[in-house]
Ligand binder design. Structure first.
Ligand SMILES: [Zn+2]
Length: 394
């Protein structure tokens, strides 16, 4: 964190310089413009009188030209000063962060000759940009990198963003239309999105005061399908109607008008819509980036230890981590099983097999342990027919 703060300090200096340069630049140009237009007026009035250019005026003009030149030069040199501050930020980054990552990642990972890898990386970036709602940047990048993104790929992101943008503008209808047309699938997900959208509209009517009472009452019929699941919340909303003439804001129901409901609805919509459209809430790129931020310092430490003890051969397989790195619950996507005999993670080609006794080993290990058509469990050690083992799917 200290390193980040260090770089941030340099960055602040640049921003401050940039701001004051902008102000100074604007001010000097303004002054110059004023001066020139004054001179221009004097010149044109002299021309109207038909008199030739007086010595004083030509002297003033020469002065004006010099002043313009000086100002431009001064501005250019000030601008150069900012360059040095910018380069100081670069140096601070180099000083505070380890740029030498080659020894902890596979050498071929960033090999620009590997077209496949390049494309995978570009695809991940484009997908991330789409997910962040930066549609035009994503479009531009996919064109420049000649990625062929078909409409089927883009469609879910476009729809998601259209609805989210409307929600940010506090327009509930696109989201409500979407929720109603996807109601059966949302219910399968146990989603309360549609109810929350109706509730938010109801709350908005409440905020409108007594004039909106009838409208609010008639809108309340939308809650009927959710009566079982959200009984308590519906009761609260109905209770709030009592305070409508006095104003909800100063009543015990004031919390209904809390702005956080709008932030919450965006989160609920993103989560549920992503689940329905088969997208992850976080893009693969941001998940990889966050994982890298956790894993890299650990790997760098290990690298340092390995180098210190001069046992560089210990970690030669770059596609395999030398230790387990804990990324936290949110990065648990599926269960994995490591064969206790071969000490390798099982795969589709070498799946985990449950033996008759209940112990689980990988198929390759099982094949190696077969002796004379029989298998002796390496743990219990029950003798059994290898064909009785059953594949386990996690
Ligand atoms: Zn056993």
């Amino acid at each position: 964190m200290e390193q980040c703060a260090c770089v941030e300090r340099e960055l602040d200096k640049v921003l401050q310089k940039f701001g004051s340069y902008g102000q100074h630049c604007e001010q000097s140009l303004e002054e110059l413009l004023c001066y020139v237009s004054q001179l221009r007026q004097e010149l044109s009035s002299a021309a109207l009188q038909g008199a030739p250019l007086s010595a004083t005026l030509s002297l003033v003009m020469a002065q004006c030209c010099r002043k313009i030149k000086d100002t431009v030069q001064k501005l250019a040199s000030d601008h150069k000063d900012i360059h040095s501050s910018v380069s100081r930020v670069g140096k601070a980054i180099d000083r505070n962060f380890d740029a030498e990552l080659c020894s902890v990642v596979s050498d071929s990972a960033w090999d620009s000759r590997e077209k496949q890898q390049q494309q995978t990386l570009q695809l991940a970036i484009v997908e991330h940009l789409y997910q962040q709602g930066m549609l035009s940047v994503a479009e531009e990048l996919s064109q420049e990198s000649t990625l062929n993104m078909d409409l089927d790929f883009k469609q879910p992101f476009l729809e998601l963003n259209r609805i989210l943008e409307a929600l940010h503008e506090q327009d509930l209808w696109p989201a409500l239309d979407w929720a109603v047309s996807n109601r059966p699938r949302l219910l399968e997900l146990n989603s309360s999105l549609e109810f929350k959208l109706h509730r938010l509209h109801f709350i908005r009517l409440l905020a409108g005061g007594p004039d909106k009472q009838l409208e609010a009452l008639s809108y309340a019929r939308h809650f009927q399908p959710f009566a079982c699941l959200h009984q308590r919340e519906i009761q609260v909303m109905m209770g709030s109607l009592v305070y409508l003439p006095l104003g909800i804001a100063n009543s015990p129901y004031g919390h209904l008008l809390d702005a956080r409901h709008w932030t919450e609805i965006c989160e609920t919509f993103t989560r549920d819509a992503c689940a329905l459209l088969g997208l992850s809430v976080e893009s693969p790129l941001s998940v990889s980036f966050a994982s890298g931020c956790v894993a890299l310092p650990v790997l760098m430490n290990i690298k340092a230890v390995i180098e210190q003890r001069q046992c560089t051969g210990v970690w030669s397989h770059k596609d395999e981590l030398p230790i387990e790195i804990e990324l936290g619950m949110k990065c648990w996507y599926h269960s994995v099983f490591a064969c206790p005999i071969l000490r390798q993670q099982t795969t589709d080609s070498n799946p985990p097999i449950k033996l008759v006794c209940g112990h689980v080993i990988s198929r390759d290990a099982l094949n190696k342990l077969i002796n004379g058509g029989k298998l002796k469990c390496p743990y219990c050690p029950m003798e059994q027919n290898p064909a009785d083992g059953k594949r386990i799917i996690f």
